[in-house]
Design a protein around this ligand. Structure first.
Ligand SMILES: Nc1ncnc2c1ncn2[C@@H]1O[C@H](COP(=O)(O)OP(=O)(O)O)[C@@H](O)[C@H]1O
Ligand SMILES: C[C@@](O)(CCOP(=O)(O)O)CC(=O)O
Length: 390
């Protein structure tokens, strides 16, 4: 019986948030926090069950019903009808949810079920081993998440990439030994992008790309991605302001500002672009020399400038300001990440930060002020599949 584990990281935007909406470059990196999915096939079972810890729910798919859905879809549409498949899945899931969790499922649960069903059906319908493939053996999927859902750390792409990898292995597209081959990583990333469309009508493709491949990426909307050649991941503290916000609302407010002061805001986007250009060689050369402290100080300045530019477009928040002040008082540089007006702050950590008493004081002060604190890295490994022993 097949069993394995998939770990899929989340992401942060290091520089260029908001400016990226106006065709300027952004830099993003995977973080050391992510989604862990455990897959176990179960002999004699005819149910696929999904335990979603982050949403505190378990969803079930009866394989007989799923196979009937596939047969019906195959009789109506050709193999590569993604748009039709999403439509058909939405209708099917609405009925199944009504039966399993009543007529008023939470939005996150509903979306997670659509992502699961859509990715599973897509992988089976396009199976390279059998174009008429059906599912005969039940399985259990357990998803734990170290990422807050809907907080700008890319939980949906991380979840989607972990599910996509699982279902692609199940349907015979590749196996645990070959998932890192170029064409298979491309397939994982494209499938995770498809699942992003369940949550966002028009996703940029940044989150699924960085989560699949790992490292740091420079991204310009509509022009694709370049991987930075970094030597080692950067240590960061991710501070959760615990203020929730809607990315769409903040982007709309910034657009309003940009329409009121077009030249002024354009100058800010121009500065954000210069900042990315200055930051890329710094990130790429960290770890090259014996002493990185001069480069680190430059990066600290860029963090400060970037944060001040974001404040200038009005996307800070009193809770974020409190975090910046606590960090600055202890000699650390920080910036908000993503849409702002809440969400997370990144604090840059120097080499050997654990040996520095001030770091522990910083952590303690942030925690006692009520913020969530996670020490992690930016720019580590992308999605990985490993064995599952128990
Ligand atoms: N660990 C998880 N378990 C179940 N569903 C998840 C998980 N992480 C993300 N999701 C799905 O992703 C959606 C969140 O997407 P989104 O609002 O874009 O947040 P984020 O900014 O974190 O990506 C949820 O509605 C859910 O469908
Ligand atoms: C503000 C923006 O640049 C980034 C939003 O990031 P997040 O949703 O906080 O991960 C918007 C976007 O790029 O679509």
């Amino acid at each position: 019986m097949l069993k394995f584990q998939v770990h899929s990281p989340g992401k942060v935007i290091l520089h260029g948030e908001h400016a990226v909406v106006y065709q300027r470059p952004a830099l993003a990196a995977v973080v050391g926090l992510g989604t862990t999915l455990k897959f176990r096939q179960q002999a004699g079972s005819h149910v696929a069950s999904f335990q979603l810890e982050a949403l505190n729910c378990t969803l079930e798919i009866q394989l007989a019903e799923f196979n009937a859905f596939l047969a019906d879809f195959r009789s109506k549409y050709p193999a590569d009808s993604n748009a039709k498949l999403l439509e058909a899945v939405r209708a099917e899931v609405a009925q199944q949810l009504e039966r399993s969790v009543g007529s008023n499922p939470k939005q996150h649960t509903q979306r997670a079920f659509v992502s699961i069903y859509y990715l599973l059906a897509g992988a089976v319908l396009s199976s390279p081993i059998d174009p008429q493939m059906t599912l005969q053996t039940g399985f259990q999927v357990q998803v734990d998440s170290g990422l807050n859902v809907g907080a700008g750390l890319g939980s949906s792409a991380s979840f989607g990439a972990a599910l996509a990898t699982t279902f692609l292995i199940l349907a015979g597209h590749f196996d645990r030994e070959s998932y890192l081959q170029d064409e298979n990583q491309a397939l994982i990333s494209t499938s995770a992008f498809e699942s992003e469309r369940v949550n966002h009508g028009n996703p940029s493709g940044l989150d699924n790309t960085v989560c699949t491949y790992g490292g740091m990426l420079r991204y310009v909307k509509g022009q694709g991605f370049q991987s930075l050649k970094i030597q080692k991941p950067l240590s960061i503290l991710l501070v959760d302001s615990r203020v929730s916000r809607s990315t769409a609302d903040i982007v709309a407010k910034v657009r309003h500002l940009a329409e009121g002061f077009p030249q002024l805001i354009e100058a800010i986007w121009q500065a954000c672009e210069e900042l990315v250009t200055a930051a890329v060689p710094l990130y790429e050369s960290f770890g090259n020399a014996q002493d990185d402290s001069a480069k680190f100080e430059k990066l600290e300045r860029l963090f400060q400038i970037n944060n001040d530019l974001l404040k200038a477009i009005g996307v800070s928040h009193p809770k974020l300001e409190q975090i910046f002040t606590i960090a600055f008082k202890r000699g650390f540089f920080s910036k908000l990440t993503g849409a702002g007006a809440g969400g997370y702050v990144i604090v840059l950590l120097p080499e050997n930060y654990e040996q520095n008493e001030v770091y522990w004081k910083l952590k303690e002060e942030l925690e006692s002020a009520g913020f969530g604190v996670h020490v992690t890295t930016a720019g580590g490994e992308g999605l990985r599949v490993s064995s599952l022993d128990d």
